[in-house]
Design a binder for this molecule. Structure first.
Ligand code: G3P
Length: 221
């Protein structure tokens, strides 16, 4: 499984990348709007942070197929690591079919049902972004159930699209996603920062260091 950061803030992406766990970045128009800088600058900065095999998802704004296709072609020409996000609407699925047949990686976003995920996969999506948290916000269990359904469907037919667990609400969802066999999870920085937290790790380390201090020993070498 890969972990991406869900952010359009280059400083946040840089700090999170220093942790050594990340393989990509997802953005959306809301996140881009929050970053407070020209989008082209944001994209260039993020491309300079991520690794040569990593992925950056950038979303189209058009609502009709032709517009999504032309925006997607433009965005994908910026860098080979860019995946183009289109929504799981009829126009978005048509755009996915066209863009993916041109070798452009498409991330179908705003997926809330197994049928939308199936359509995205059949149209050739590289990533299928399941908005798990937004479903869980409405009714507990429904987001996780969607992940299970989509994993089963993709397995049944060996569909190559990667399941991307998006809209993460709490740190426990990272391990949950891994148990369910998703391919990628995209996590906001404040949740990623909690991934290694455990009170017993903190208190255990404090005790080790206190005991070491008392012992007056030195590390060899
Ligand atoms: O970027 C897609 C998704 O992760 C957004 O999540 O928190 O706005 O539901 P959220």
């Amino acid at each position: 499984m890969q972990i991406f950061i869900d952010s359009a803030d280059p400083n946040e992406v840089r700090q999170a990348y220093a942790g050594g766990l990340l393989s990509g970045v997802t953005t959306n128009p809301s996140l881009a709007g929050k970053s407070g800088k020209p989008y082209a600058e944001t994209v260039t900065e993020i491309l300079n942070i991520i690794g040569p095999e990593d992925s950056l998802s950038l979303e189209t704004i058009a609502t009709e197929t032709a517009g999504m296709v032309s925006e997607g072609q433009r965005l994908s020409q910026l860098d080979h690591r860019i995946a183009v996000k289109v929504p799981a609407t009829p126009a978005g699925i048509q755009a996915t079919k066209i863009l993916s047949s041109q070798g452009i990686k498409v991330n179908v976003t705003l997926v809330f049902t197994a049928n939308q995920a199936l359509a995205a996969a059949l149209a050739g999506a590289h990533f299928v972004s399941l908005f798990v948290g937004r479903l869980e916000d409405k009714r507990q269990g429904t987001g996780i159930e969607l992940v299970k359904e989509v994993r089963q469907i993709f397995n049944n037919y060996m569909l190559a699209s990667r399941i991307l667990f998006a809209s993460v609400r709490k740190v426990q969802m990272i391990a949950e996603a891994a148990k369910l066999g998703v391919d990628v999870i995209t996590v906001p920085k404040e949740i990623l920062d909690q991934m290694l937290n455990h009170p017993l790790t903190t208190s255990g380390l404090n005790k080790f260091l206190q005991d070491w201090e008392k012992s007056k020993l030195q590390l060899p070498g």
